[in-house]
Design a protein around this ligand. Sequence first.
Ligand SMILES: [Zn+2]
Length: 118
Amino acid sequence: MNLEALRNLVENNPEIIEGNVPARTDSDATLGVAKFIAADEGNLGRLSVRQQHHFDNFILPLIEHVKCGGVFGPDDDGGDGCIGNGFIDDADLDNCYLMDEMLCQECAEVQNRMQDDR
Ligand SMILES: [Zn+2]
């Protein structure tokens, strides 16, 4: 889990967390859990079963083992897909959210190189 990324999401991009919650689920509850974990050093021990469910399903996928968006988008969206291992390094997540570019290091490098060429 990338606690730093979680904190930044809670503080600066709560809509990303809300956007990851299905329509029929209470996204306020999810955000509450996210805030709680961000403030409690990532300590999951005090979550209720229901809160843990929110965390596992709607929060953790945003801050751990996140899929790379791929250069020019995913394969099935006309892009080239990911040229790395398909996932963003947990350590890079924070920066990805900051830059609003969900790319692994390999893809980010290619993208930067292409932008430099222009
Ligand atoms: Zn990639």
